[in-house]
Unconditional design. Structure first.
Length: 265
């Protein structure tokens, strides 16, 4: 049995789109904490025109897909195909309707984030991330495909920077300098996973990850701290076992109790 410490950035790309829109309401939503506000349930209730208490897990997951696609201006056919891959049969016409509901409610996505991104590409033929790295469009036709590529680039680039600079590199350095038995296992998109050797090392690494991943950063004058959610997970022969997760970082006693529960079980 191995015990995994997992940490992932909460709704990181969506938060970055909202902040880069410079729309006051969207910026405020980007700064909400996951233990205070479930944005996926909120969006699903909006998109499917139901009360939040009536949102099912399937509707919540479908809402996540629709919002993600709408942020990057993916068309309804692509949304329908993506939902089908997850087992949701949603006609193209209905996807278009749900996307329009989203954009009417949050015009700052199109009129703020997407418009500002297009203007940067048109005027400068490039986008620049917070670390100075650039993506250039010197010869591309300025059409929908190019702009959709541009819409996705900055949030995805910034998410990788947060994870690498705030999570993977500090964790690797800390493990090496303190000669720990814990090891980095893998990184997937917005998640860092560590094989934890014991509760003391796991606690120290969890705090290191929290402080690094949640460090406040500035994006075009807007300040943002992306919350990190944590999980302890057992695995048996490579298969997931029992899981304990926290949307809000636990205190030391709660963390140790969870560790004991998983290792005893």
């Amino acid at each position: 049995m191995a015990l995994f410490l997992r940490s992932d950035l909460s709704q990181v790309e969506d938060r970055l789109v909202k902040v880069l829109s410079h729309d006051p309401e969207l910026v405020e939503l980007a700064r909400r904490k996951p233990w205070e506000f479930d944005v996926h349930t909120f969006n699903a209730a909006l998109l499917f025109e139901i009360d939040e208490k009536d949102v099912t897990k399937r509707e919540r997951q479908a809402g996540k897909r629709i919002v993600h696609a709408s942020n990057y201006d993916a068309g309804p056919q692509r949304v329908s195909d993506a939902l089908l891959d997850e087992g949701f049969i949603v006609p193209v016409e209905e996807c278009a309707t749900r996307q329009e509901i989203y954009h009417r409610r949050f015009p700052g996505v199109r009129g703020g984030y997407q418009l500002r991104t297009r203007m940067l590409v048109i005027r400068e033929r490039r986008l620049v991330a917070s670390d100075g790295f650039q993506i250039t469009f010197p010869y591309e036709r300025l059409d929908g495909a190019t702009f959709r590529r541009a819409y996705a680039w900055r949030p995805q680039r910034e998410a990788a920077l947060i994870l690498n600079q705030g999570g993977l590199i500090p964790s690797h350095t800390f493990i090496r300098e303190h000669n720990l038995r814990s090891r980095l296992a893998f990184q997937v998109h917005d998640e860092c996973v560590i094989i934890a050797a014991d509760v003391r090392e796991a606690w120290d690494l969890a705090r290191l990850l929290r402080d690094g991943l949640e460090a406040e950063r500035e994006y075009e004058g807007e300040r943002l701290s992306v919350p990190a959610e944590f999980m302890l997970e057992t695995r048996y022969h490579g298969r997931p076992g029992e899981v304990i997760e926290w949307k809000r970082f636990p205190d030391k006693e709660e963390f140790e109790r969870a560790w004991q529960q998983l290792t005893i079980d």
